[in-house]
Design a protein around this ligand. Sequence first.
Ligand SMILES: *Cc1c(COP(=O)(O)O)cnc(C)c1O
Length: 233
Amino acid sequence: MTEEQRTIANNISRIRERITESALRAGRSAENIALIAITKYADLAQTRLVALAGLKNLGESRPQVLWEKSSALKDDAIRWHLVGHLQRNKVAKTIMSARLIHSVDSIRLLEAIETESNKVNKITDILLEINISGDEDKHGFSPECLKETIEITSNLKHIRVHGFMAMASREGGRKKAQSDFAAVRELRDKLSENLPKNITLNELSLGMSGDLEEAILEGATMIRIGRALFENV
Ligand SMILES: *Cc1c(COP(=O)(O)O)cnc(C)c1O
């Protein structure tokens, strides 16, 4: 084992401990919380080490990087997640390489995903990104327009919605993060009745290196971890 591999392995165990501890506090099973390794800080070789260390859910924030890494890493067990903004001219390629798109943030993007998925006769799995903090530099649907978005999506037969993704406010620390995540969970609970066939809201992609505990307490089923994974690498 190289020094780099040892550091990554140590980081992973520390993250796993944090997950286990928070799950325990929340009265949840850690098995129901998927760790998505965000590899945007890592080059290809380091990304490969993360997969070799056993993390098979990998995420990128830039579509082109996701395409490049997914075609370079020939590991069929890897599932790629797009967590950053997707432009419509990148949809066709992205739906072929991403297993789940967390960052669907507009009706126009939903329609582009429908069109491209229809062309290749596939169903694309997505999350709807919610701008829960209202921070202006963040993407995502505002909470008020989610009901209408769900109605529109019910007619898009090549899209399956599995839940919501959100990021905590930039300001306000962990306490504010927890209330942001709670607001996402409450929205989910409120909107969960009478959903159309192609929509379930079981997945909540919440929480990053600095606030994964709060996310797990509020019901995250996926956490997206970058910095904590590559610390000291
Ligand atoms: C970078 C990024 C993460 C990971 O954040 P860290 O603080 O590095 O753990 C999670 N989600 C999104 C959308 C990101 O862009």
